[in-house]
Design a protein around this ligand. Structure first.
Ligand SMILES: O=C(O)CCC(=O)C(=O)O
Ligand SMILES: [Fe+2]
Length: 202
């Protein structure tokens, strides 16, 4: 079922439980090769989420700013984006261009993500695809400029969101996690995957 909220396409319950479990296994393998870490923000505070990436580049932050980095902080290359994730990208976006990065965010009990735009990519014509696994997260959607009225909805395990078109630069964030609301992850918490085309189209 697809709903559109402020230009974001929300596919509630897109992934059935078996596919969700297989994706968690794929994420586990990525995190074995490229362990989760909490980036330090440019103003010095650490993010409350833990993250890693798959793909040619991974999203990274430190005191000097936000960027896509060619290697994990360990110096190792990021693992490839799992085929299961690429299939979802193909099915939902219909694009031939594959994403360069699949950012993996892990939200523990007290993790949140402030309102932001995803704008470290070269060309905003490409959508960002977001997949939620595990505990529900309260997702807030704002406007294309900071501030103003917002709308919130719970993203649950198996929900997929396509952030593209006129909504590609819409502010969004995650206010809180309903910890323990899903049994997908044995230790609880929420995983969110976002697929991004980072580099300019050749
Ligand atoms: O966790 C989410 O649902 C959103 C994640 C997000 O906005 C991001 O990683 O840029
Ligand atoms: Fe985002």
């Amino acid at each position: 079922m697809r709903a559109t909220v402020r230009g974001f396409e929300i596919y509630k319950g897109y992934l059935d439980p078996e596919v969700q479990a297989a994706l968690v296994e794929d994420v586990r393998h990525v995190a074995e090769a490229a362990p989760l870490f909490s980036p330090e923000m440019p103003y010095g505070k650490r993010m409350s989420i833990r993250m890693t990436s798959a793909g040619d580049v991974g999203w990274y932050a430190d005191r000097s700013g936000y960027r896509y980095a060619p290697t994990h902080p360990s110096g190792a290359k990021w693992p490839p984006i799992p085929e299961s994730v690429l299939k979802m990208w193909r099915d939902l976006t219909g694009l031939e261009r594959m994403p360069d990065c699949c950012l993996i965010n892990y939200y523990g009990e007290d993790a949140r993500m402030g309102m932001h735009q995803d704008k470290d990519e070269a060309n905003f014509k490409w959508p960002v695809l977001s997949v939620s696994l595990g505990d529900a997260g309260l997702f807030r959607i704002g406007n294309t400029t900071r501030g103003g009225k917002t709308e919130s909805l719970w993203l649950e395990s198996g929900d997929v969101v396509v952030m593209g078109g006129d909504a590609r630069l819409t502010y969004h964030g995650v206010d809180r996690i309903r910890f323990g609301s899903s049994s997908l992850l044995p230790k609880g918490g929420r995983i969110n995957l976002t697929c991004r085309v980072v580099h300019e189209d050749l």
